[in-house]
Design a binder for this molecule. Structure first.
Ligand code: SF4
Length: 283
């Protein structure tokens, strides 16, 4: 799931690593250690703005537990010690950002489709405890399509107990627009139900990416419908920690997709804040 657009904004490979990579995140004010649970590049969405390069075949098809946790332990240790900031790629990071903020589970696909998602979360939490990194967050970047699966529910509960945050994608207010943007056979209602279910248990962060499609941005009616979805979550007892509104940052897979102007992103964020009461940030 890459909206943070983050998902795909950064290189997935760092030196010889196959699953774990460090990213300087200005938004998190520190280093985020990314964990790619979809090395096969398979996703249950096919977002028109996705930046995962699916034309080139990946060399790694499966998550290899021992390799992944070996890389994760080495990366967390290297980053927490500050040694990472002697590496040429991170040597110019300002002192105020020289800290380890989180490990982020995203990938070249949807991380919660990983069958043993709860086992991965448990082992990552154990590793964090063993390294004495209790304050380091565990961030899940997701499209929310699999929250109804028991293994994912268990994984989310593990996150809740270990400084976890759920950053869930919602790119539309109507089913038509959702299918246009996210190109999936999964019904929109399942995503909405899953967002509500998750938000009723813990505060979640909503990430929304709006763009022009063939030169046309989302209509006022679409944004109104989107805001109604957020209001419904709150009305039903769901908690929204904040909303992050983005547009495309880099050339996406499809050439008919282009960015909104910064003012347009800010105006959607301002509407969300004033109409839902939840703080929306524009990126
Ligand atoms: S959900 Fe899948 S297709 Fe959509 S942006 Fe994320 S990785 Fe790409």
């Amino acid at each position: 799931m890459n909206i943070l657009p983050q998902h795909t904004r950064h290189p997935r490979e760092f030196e010889q690593n196959r699953f774990v990579y460090p990213v300087l995140s200005r938004r998190s004010r520190g280093i985020s250690v990314g964990v790619n649970l979809n090395p096969d590049k398979v996703c249950n969405f096919d977002c028109i703005y996705c930046q995962v390069d699916r034309r080139s075949e990946s060399e790694t098809r499966f998550v290899e537990f021992d390799q992944l946790f070996g890389e994760l332990e080495a990366m967390l240790t290297w980053t927490a010690s500050g040694e990472i900031f002697t590496h040429p790629q991170f040597a110019s990071v300002p002192e105020s950002l020289q800290r380890l903020n989180d490990m982020a589970f995203s990938g070249d696909g949807e991380p919660t489709t990983y069958r043993n998602f709860d086992v991965i979360m448990e082992r990552a939490a154990e590793l964090k405890r063993r390294l004495g990194l209790d304050a380091v967050k565990m961030v899940l970047i997701t499209n929310a399509t699999m929250f109804h699966r028991p293994a994912v529910e268990r994984g989310l509960a593990i996150l809740d107990q270990n400084q976890g945050e759920v950053w869930a994608k919602l790119d539309a207010g109507t089913s038509e627009y959702y299918h246009l943007i996210d190109r999936t056979s999964i019904p929109f209602q399942r995503v909405l139900d899953n967002l509500l279910r998750a938000a009723q248990v813990r505060p979640i962060v909503i990430q929304s990416l709006f763009m022009r499609v063939e030169g046309v941005g989302p209509t006022e009616a679409e944004i109104t419908a989107y805001i109604e979805r957020l209001k419904h979550i709150r009305h039903e007892g769901g908690q929204l920690a904040r909303v992050q509104i983005y547009t495309v940052a880099r050339p996406p897979a499809e050439s008919f997709v282009s960015a909104l102007a910064p003012g347009e992103v800010e105006s959607i964020a301002a509407r969300v804040t004033s109409e839902t009461g939840v703080v929306a940030e524009a990126y």
